[in-house]
Ligand binder design. Structure first.
Ligand code: PEP
Ligand code: MN
Length: 341
């Protein structure tokens, strides 16, 4: 972190600033230029509130020169993290996985849908038992019974199960049921108590990007989980809220290579919530794959018009199978060596 000091500052004021910083256990490095004086602050500057420093009368501006996320940072962990999702399914570091299934667990149709998704190439089963709905009057999910249906289907088809946990008080239940991957939804992306709670387990966490969250804030969310001990974090771009109204959200495809550059954690794209309409889901899935995502999460339902939630964005099993065939081709294209390599 560096602090730019105003030209009007006296030596005495500069000395006071330096002793304030050093009094908090940091080292300083002062460089005096013709037009400005820069105080470099050395140490774990995540402990310093830049706004507090900037509020001091002689400080012109404060700038971070290193990212505040450490455990999620590729600088300190150059190799890709590979997350073991259970049932022999590895995600990241060249292992590409597709999680598919209905938005909500609705009952026995789950197994039917999961079978079709698996046949088409899905390697993980998704489904919500606890649903974060915008309206309190909308369907809220089957709860514990939904978790049991997911675990049954996962066991029968030998697929790891991904499902959303909304409440820190439910984490223990998810652990006791043997849920393979806990999803933190967009609406809970900055529910820090929930992040800390899943961080105390060693179960992989799929952390979705909040709808108004910057990439750095998403990485700080991952940092919350990892700082509690759980290093098995998968990041998920699921679209952000913009001025555009033709789609449910705006798929930030850029975030995929940016996250992979900044972090060693695997990155998954969710074209379903990103677009909100079945007719656009496949195009967004292809874009995410081509952008280098380590996996995809896609909502699939065998009767979208009857789905209890998000039917408008569900792919039918046939549409999903078509998508999977093309996704495999895109994967081949972007991982194949080209001349000169
Ligand atoms: C979901 O996966 O069904 C879901 C609610 O996702 P998001 O949190 O990204 O909206
Ligand atoms: Mn959904």
């Amino acid at each position: 972190m560096i602090a730019l000091v105003k030209q009007t500052a006296t030596d005495e004021q500069l000395g006071q600033l330096i002793s304030w910083i050093e009094g908090r256990g940091f080292k300083t490095h002062v460089s005096e230029g013709d037009n400005e004086t820069i105080v470099g602050i050395i140490g774990d500057t995540t402990q310093i509130d830049p706004f507090l420093l900037e509020s001091m009368s002689i400080v012109e501006r404060v700038q971070r020169v290193s990212e505040p996320f450490k455990k999620a940072n590729r600088k300190f962990h150059p190799d890709d993290t590979i997350v073991d999702c259970g049932h022999g399914v590895l995600l990241g570091g060249g292992n590409f996985q597709v999680m598919a299934g209905p938005c909500s667990v609705e009952g026995d149709n789950l197994l039917r849908i999961a079978k079709r998704a698996k046949q088409a190439g899905a390697t993980m089963l998704r489904g919500g038992a606890y649903k974060p709905r915008t309206s309190p009057y909308a369907y809220q999910g089957m709860g514990e019974k939904g978790l049991d249906l997911l675990m049954d289907a996962g066991a029968q088809l030998n697929m790891p199960v991904v499902t959303e946990v909304m409440d820190p008080r439910d984490v223990e239940l998810f652990v006791s049921k043997g849920i393979d991957v806990m999803q933190i939804g967009a609406r809970n992306a900055q529910n820090f108590n929930l992040l800390k709670e899943v961080g105390k387990t060693n179960i992989p966490v799929l952390l979705k990007r909040g709808m108004s969250q910057t990439i750095d804030e998403l990485l700080m969310g991952a940092e919350y989980i990892m700082s509690e001990g759980n290093q098995n974090v998968i990041l998920c771009e699921r679209g952000i809220r913009t001025f555009e109204t033709r789609t449910r959200n705006t798929f930030d495809v850029n975030a995929i290579p940016v996250l992979k550059h900044l972090s060693h954690l695997p990155v998954v794209g969710d074209p379903s919530h990103s677009t909100g309409y079945t007719r656009y889901v496949r195009a967004a899935a292809y874009a995410a794959t081509a952008a280098g995502a380590d996996g995809l999460q896609i909502e699939v339902h065998d009767c979208p018009s009857e789905a209890w939630s998000d039917g408008a964005q569900a792919l039918t099993p046939d549409q999903f199978a078509d998508a999977m065939a093309r996704i495999r081709l895109i994967r081949e294209a972007i991982t194949a060596p080209v001349d000169g390599e």
